[in-house]
Write a protein that binds this ligand. Sequence first.
Ligand code: NZQ
Ligand code: ZN
Length: 438
Amino acid sequence: MHPDFFYAIIITVLLMQTIQFYCLFLNISDRSLCLILNKEYYYIMRSFEYYTPTKVIFGKDTHLKVATLLKEQHCKKVLIHYGGHSAIKSGLIDEIRSVLDEAGIAYVTLGGVVPNPRLSKVREGIELCRRENVDFLLAVGGGSVIDSCKAIGYGLANPETDVWNFFLRTETPKACLPVGVILTIAASGSEMSNSCVITNEDGWLKRSTARNDLCRPRFAILNPRLTYTLPQYQTESGCVDILMHTMERYFVNIETMEITDSISESLMQTVIYNSRILLKEPDNYTARAEIMWAGSLSHNGLTGCGTGGGDWACHQLEHELGGTYDVAHGAGLAALWGSWARYVYDANPERFAQFATNVFEIPCSIDFNKTALAGIEAMEDYFRSIQMPTSLHELGLDLTEKDIHDLAFKCSYEDTRTIGVFKQLNMKDMEKIYLAAR
Ligand code: NZQ
Ligand code: ZN
């Protein structure tokens, strides 16, 4: 071995020991020191693909641009798809109708999409659009309406296949009718995402298609003012979902990239800060706007660049709750996250410690377990501060052991699959997490 190389190794080892020594005695409160430690072990430039074809039109009154955008898409007849009452009550649907009338764009309407959107409504939409020769799908609403549109788009563009097979993942869609979005709730990120989640009333199975760029919306109109009418519970539940889309990608057990970590940590801090403002000031435009843009960025792939895809165990556990008990998605995630985190953190306490320090500014002790647990507690305290549940009981569910076994059985596809990558979870693990969340 060349002596220079030998000396270089000795110097590196001594440097590392000095840093650790320094950290130990200072009980580090300095974010950059914690980063130095983590950087040595965790940062690496990974290969990744990033594709976000959705045109975003952000700001006040942007929904009035919908006719121009539809014309850009050469649309001849559009389905205006919406939910229960909110978009009618606010006058938004009427406004869209008159903009389209003025522009001479033909349309049909179909409302009645419910949260945890149903397969029966998708089938109704497919039939209606076929009959009416619809060639573009406009979602006016949140994740439920957007996903219903995406599923209708898959059904229409693949007439030889029963649409549910895409959710069972026994078949892969070859095309999707184009979808555009006027967003009324910041939460799911479906306005830019490549996924679609539908509930089949036959068995109450809530399932997502495999990720597929075909369903990414062509455009997303983001007017933060359209979210002013949201009930507080939906606003805050949406904020949790936004956080979780970044956290699912952040809590991985592999080397990540510093730039991606920094974007993610900053996004999380922004959502935490502004969600607290919205609790007191629901008409605060700036806070609504920050949250809305964070919602799209959180789930368009940006925070997953170089993190290998993400964990997604919490989402899988929650989808079973949503399908079976019809709870709000974000609130369900809040109820489960702490139990999941305590169950898995020891697989990589350093990662949780980094989260605690960089998101909640908790001094990073050399005892990573201690810092990790303090970070989990801080997140749960935050959930409580925005009136989100941290247990199934607080979510409104008092489940028996049999109920919990059934959930784990469904979530594990009858004990045939595992979920998560931070720590791989089998049916027994899922059952323990649900039990801990009771
Ligand atoms: O039906 P209306 O009357 O419109 O009421 C809705 C609904 O009750 C209401 N709402 C929406 N905008 C409003 C409003 N109320 C007043 N004023 C407004 N401006 O909010 C309630 C919830 O709407 P929903 O669309 O269900 O919410 P969200 O956007 O949270 O979507 C949840 C669905 O998206 C899925 C979830 O699993 C859930 O089914 N997800 C979809 C994803 C995707 N495709 O990428 C990713 C997510 O992780 C998530 O799984
Ligand atoms: Zn989600």
